[in-house]
Design a protein around this ligand. Structure first.
Ligand code: SRM
Ligand code: SF4
Length: 565
């Protein structure tokens, strides 16, 4: 902890001076000198789910002409557990065409993003979102983000029971400030009565850094539960959800050349009965709120608090805060981290169709009217949509009697590309990167599809039909959770990537750096050699990640502190 105020990072001052995230956003929105916002409001806006961005493709040209960057805003809307009604989808679609760039982006945390929103369009956007019960608050910023969960919440009674906790944790961890409504809906300032805190959980300075929670329902580890600050693994007894095994201190972001930053796998600390899980999450958040590093933002995630102070300290602190002990861990196992694509029937006799949305980008292209197709489905669909943690979309809860009509629309808009997708493409993910992400060093979403074409070619020539998990991020922040993949690429510069190998298919361990700063030619040479070796020498049912570790291409990483070593 910082010894005094001068050690605090500048973001800590921005937060404490902001009057619970109001800052001067309202007046800044009218500033005629710029189409952006000032540095302080830029940080505060993140809590409102809004990021100031410029088009990176256009940056150099504007710089040469000494023009201000082409400012616009990314808006992220959380959907706890990824659940979205057709009415909400139609509003999202309408706004994408009216106020954004005609596209939507499903994220790796089951949220939805708009890009390229102009400053004057932010208020109309938020008003329309509010009218369908949506709000971008908690989308970003130093706060608990969207609560993730295995998205097919009706797959079994366990899924339904677990979803109730997603909602309860989300409500308990939402920002309570009225700032969003005052700024965007122009509601009158709501004063809190004397002696009452506007933010009982977070206080004036919120969290030291972002905070992430996910619930997973075995056997699929679709949320990558060990990459979360808090990971909750649902444990069932028959048709009853007993509670959750609790994992703490996962997190993935690193900075190149700074080995004191590392990705970390969450540590299992015990079993929590279901009816105590909200209390437990709030106590863990409070520990990180009080003990997280507020001077160095690169060291401010809970993974560092736990690694620095030790797991025993953490467990003791937690016990003191809740006043009871966690129970011994219960048995569980995982089979994969991906989605089960196509139609599935659930115990309540309804149908769910999961389809692969490449890298989460929803837009119409010449041969694929994806956005139009989903819109037409939303107009008649009686159930909901669900966004998956793998950037895919589910048409959920289709009644037996409606299935044929939905199927017809899927065919009509040529949405059913499932058969065409190889097993590597089904498990692949790329982050947004260029042109909107300010942190991108290399391409990801715009490059991975063509890289996969080549991988498919190599695999076909070897007659390899195994599922392999490949992920790509445009920088080391790890937004596509690359360090949990069997093969991963993170951008170093345009056309250059670090290549990592050796994560497992089920999401229990990290991968490790294999080649640094390599270009496309070297990537394919490496892949050809590795895949050929895999084809010839793999054991029965052996996944690629396990094979490369067994063959000594990289060592096994079960703790992030060994990631760089
Ligand atoms: Fe992320 C920052 C996109 C999931 C780790 N992430 C960013 C920003 C906002 C760039 C910025 O700082 O200005 C990116 C916006 C790009 C754009 O133009 O849209 C961005 N992150 C994304 C999304 C959209 C990637 C995607 O392709 O889906 C995901 C949105 C999730 C959501 O709905 O909330 C996204 N980001 C993740 C994940 C995966 C996860 O949460 O499961 C991670 C790794 C897990 C973790 O947090 O440890 C992740 N994003 C980061 C980091 C590194 C954090 C760290 O601890 O070091 C940053 C940079 C930062 O926070 O300073 C970052
Ligand atoms: Fe941007 Fe890096 Fe995240 Fe990709 S990993 S979206 S490049 S911050």
């Amino acid at each position: 902890m910082p010894k005094d105020d001068k050690d605090l990072s500048k973001n800590e001052h921005y937060k404490s001076d902001s009057h619970y995230l109001r800052g001067t956003i309202t007046t800044n929105l009218e500033d005629p000198i710029t189409l952006g916002v000032n540095d302080v409001n830029k940080e505060l806006l993140k809590f409102h789910g809004i990021y100031l961005q410029d088009n990176r493709d256009d940056r150099g040209r504007r710089l040469k002409k000494k023009l201000e960057p082409n400012w616009s805003f990314m808006v992220r809307i959380p959907f706890p557990g990824g659940v979205c009604t057709p009415e909400q989808w139609l509003a999202l679609d309408e706004l994408a065409h009216k106020l954004s760039n005609g596209a939507l982006r499903l994220t790796t945390r089951q949220a939805v993003q708009y890009h390229e929103i102009l400053r004057d369009n932010l208020r109309p956007l938020m008003r329309r979102l509010d009218a369908v019960g949506l709000c971008s608050m908690n989308g970003c910023g130093d706060i608990t983000r969207n609560i993730m969960s295995s998205p097919l919440s009706d797959l079994s009674p366990i899924h339904q029971q677990a979803y109730a906790y997603v909602d309860a944790i989300y409500q308990a961890t939402l920002a309570k400030t009225n700032a969003w409504r005052e700024v965007w809906l122009e509601e009158e300032h709501k004063a809190t009565p004397p002696g009452v805190s506007e933010e009982p959980l977070y206080g004036t300075t919120y969290m030291p850094r972002k905070f992430k929670i996910a619930i997973v329902i075995p056997p699929e580890n679709d949320v990558d539960v060990f990459s979360q600050d808090i990971g909750l693994i649902a444990i069932a007894n028959g048709d009853t959800l007993e509670g959750f095994n609790v994992s703490v201190g996962g997190g993935l972001g690193i900075t190149y050349g700074e080995p004191e930053t590392y990705p970390q796998i969450g540590k299992l600390i015990g079993f929590c009965p279901a009816d105590s899980v909200v209390e437990l999450c709030l106590a863990i958040i409070a520990i990180q709120r009080d003990h997280g590093d507020r001077s160095n933002r690169k060291h401010a995630r809970m993974k560092y608090t736990i690694d620095d102070r030790g797991l025993d300290w953490f467990k003791q602190e937690l016990q003191e805060r809740v006043g009871w002990d966690l129970q011994p861990l219960k048995e569980f196992s995982f089979t994969m981290t991906g989605d089960r694509l196509g139609w599935q029937k659930t115990q309540n006799n309804s149908w769910h169709y999961t389809w692969l949305v490449e890298n989460g980008r929803i837009k119409d292209t010449e041969n694929k009217p994806l956005m139009t197709g989903i819109r037409e489905i939303a107009k008649v669909h009686q159930g909901e949509f669900r966004f998956t943690p793998n950037q895919n979309l589910i048409i959920a809860n289709v009644a037996e009697t409606d299935k044929a009509a939905i199927e017809e629309l899927i065919q009509q808009y040529a949405l059913d590309h499932l058969q065409k997708h190889s097993l590597v493409r089904r498990n692949a993910m790329a982050c947004v990167a260029f042109p909107t992400c300010p942190q991108a060093m290399g391409e990801a979403e715009r490059y991975l599809p063509s890289l996969l074409d080549k991988v498919e070619e190599i695999m076909q020539s070897l007659d390899l039909k195994e599922e392999i998990k490949i992920r790509m991020s445009g920088c080391p922040n790890g937004c596509s959770r690359p360090y949990m993949a069997e093969i991963a690429f993170t951008g170093r510069a345009i056309g250059k990537y670090n290549m990592y190998l050796g994560g497992d298919f089920e999401g229990f361990r990290l991968n490790k750096l294999y080649k640094e700063n390599i270009g496309e030619k070297e990537i394919f040479t490496e892949l050809r050699t590795l895949l050929k070796h895999y084809k010839n020498d793999k054991k029965d049912q052996e996944h690629f990640g396990d094979f490369v570790v067994r063959q000594g291409y990289v060592s096994m990483v079960k703790d992030g502190r060994d990631f760089h070593g």
